[in-house]
Design a binder for this molecule. Structure first.
Ligand SMILES: [Zn+2]
Length: 95
């Protein structure tokens, strides 16, 4: 177990030393209601490629997103569904 600077105890066996509680609060504040609840690792993944708005995702294909650390098939499905609801689509894979 590790303790973060805000006093949350968390179990971290992976290589990312980020407190999941702080991280989801932070990401929730940053991304708000526009995004589905994809979880903190997935938010960090899209954050790492500079995505701050849902519609910025349409510049990327599903395969591009899939290779990001933290973004799994479930998160991608949620993002795709949310985009579809709003009338947007991820790029078609060029392969
Ligand atoms: Zn914390």
């Amino acid at each position: 177990m590790k303790i973060c600077k805000n006093g949350h105890a968390f179990d971290k066996s992976s290589s990312c030393p980020v407190c999941p509680i702080c991280s989801s609060v932070e990401m929730g504040e940053k991304y708000g209601e526009e995004f589905p609840r994809i979880g903190a690792p997935a938010f960090r993944a899209i954050d790492s490629i500079g995505i701050t708005r849902l519609t910025q995702l349409i510049k990327h294909s599903e395969q591009e997103l899939f290779v990001l650390h933290g973004l799994g098939p479930k998160a991608i499905k949620l993002l795709r569904e949310r985009l579809t609801e709003k009338g947007y689509h991820l790029l078609i894979n060029k392969y």
